[in-house]
Design a protein around this ligand. Structure first.
Ligand code: TXA
Ligand code: MG
Length: 342
């Protein structure tokens, strides 16, 4: 199949015409990759069993791993799920934005979307292109990240093209994603909520709305996910480049010293712009080295590591709290669950 590629322009009329066409593709059961503020999504009609199945096929995704359903207005949740008072509070404070709330599903959502389960993840992205596409499609859009299963998530349309060209109907290029890691995923139980996947909406932010916030243990330790985790995605190898990710826990001096003693000439290191001269091996720069900048560059640099055919990539372990928790969660999975203490 030929994949149509459309780049968002300054011209609003042209964009709307392209997004109308994309909406038509979705309505008629096709697949469209589109930008969001977190990562690119691979969208299909969330009301169509056959369309959702095409997503699993294009990505090579295990069929029991549920898809997130994207809406353009928080009130639409009521049509596809049984909402609650806590959902309303969370929606008011964090939506549109990088938060996915898992709720009991209504029958209108086919089983293929939820991996056979009776709950559905609801997300209302803040990215304008994403919202306009959902509005124009006229149906909620089921969308996982638009990568081949097991590869790092795509944060640019070129990443999507590299993985899915020829397998999907259309790619909408809306530039680089603002955040760079996937949304925070939470499950609700009455007044309490559990973070299943950390993202830009942090534990502290959620506490402003909800008194009982817990973090699933598998978030920092993938070995605790077990055979039947609360979120099926937890059990799959994820965010994984071909190079080995080696996570080192220590201060910056110990990190530089370890990398320079250990790394060979087919190895690389994540480093801030102003630290790059301190390393003897290939440097993959991550902005100013702040958690926010590393998050923004993470997936692009893991993909770049593979383009350079690196064997190992050394990365300094981030904190396990605040916004850094989202980064730690992705890195510990990319590193196969191991951290080396310096
Ligand atoms: O930021 C994001 O959330 C992106 C963009 C495209 O919106 N989407 C995304 O989807 O990351 P995906 O499919 O790559 O990751 C969704 C994660 C998976 O780990 C899945 O297991 C979990 O959320 N999930 C989805 N629905 C669920 C449900 N009903 N119950 C438990 N976990 C669920
Ligand atoms: Mg994904």
């Amino acid at each position: 199949m030929e994949t149509v590629y459309y780049k968002i322009k300054d011209n609003r009329t042209e964009n709307t015409a392209a997004l109308e066409k994309a909406g038509e593709i979705i309505r008629s059961g096709g697949l469209v990759a589109f930008p969001t503020e977190t990562v690119y999504g691979l969208g299909a009609s969330a009301l169509s069993d056959t369309a959702a199945k095409k997503i699993y096929e294009a990505k090579g995704r295990p069929s029991d791993n549920p898809l997130i359903v994207h809406i353009s207005d928080t009130a639409e949740a009521e049509k596809i799920a049984y909402t609650s008072e806590m959902y309303q509070k969370l929606a008011e404070r964090f939506m549109p934005g990088p938060l996915t709330v898992i709720l009991p599903k209504r029958d209108i959502i086919p089983d293929s979307v939820t991996g056979g389960g009776d709950t559905v993840g609801i997300r209302c992205p803040i990215n304008e292109t994403a919202r306009e596409l959902i509005r124009l499609a006229g149906v909620p859009i089921a969308a996982p990240s638009a990568n081949s299963s097991g590869k790092p998530s795509p944060t640019s349309a070129l990443h999507v093209k590299a993985d899915l060209d020829g397998k999907i109907d259309m790619i909408i290029d809306g530039g680089e994603c603002d955040i760079g890691v996937e949304s925070t995923v939470i499950s609700l139980c009455g007044d309490a909520l559990t973070i299943l996947r950390p993202g830009a909406v942090t534990e502290d932010m959620l506490r402003e709305v909800c008194a009982y916030v817990t973090i699933d243990k598998a978030v920092v330790d993938p070995s605790l996910a077990g055979a039947n985790p609360k979120s099926p995605g937890m059990k799959y190898k994820h965010y994984s480049p071909m190079a080995n990710v080696i996570l080192l826990d220590g201060n910056i001096e110990a990190f530089i010293d370890y990398v320079n003693r250990t790394a060979g000439n087919r190895d690389g290191v994540f480093a801030a712009e102003n630290e790059k001269d301190k390393f003897g091996c290939t440097v993959l720069t991550v902005g100013d080295g702040s958690d926010e900048d590393i998050i923004h560059q993470l997936y692009a640099q893991l993909r770049h590591a593979d383009e350079l055919s690196l064997d190992n990539v050394y990365i300094k372990a981030p904190a396990t709290s605040g916004e850094a928790l989202a980064l730690y969660n992705r890195l510990i999975r990319a590193a196969g669950g191991k951290v080396i203490k310096l």
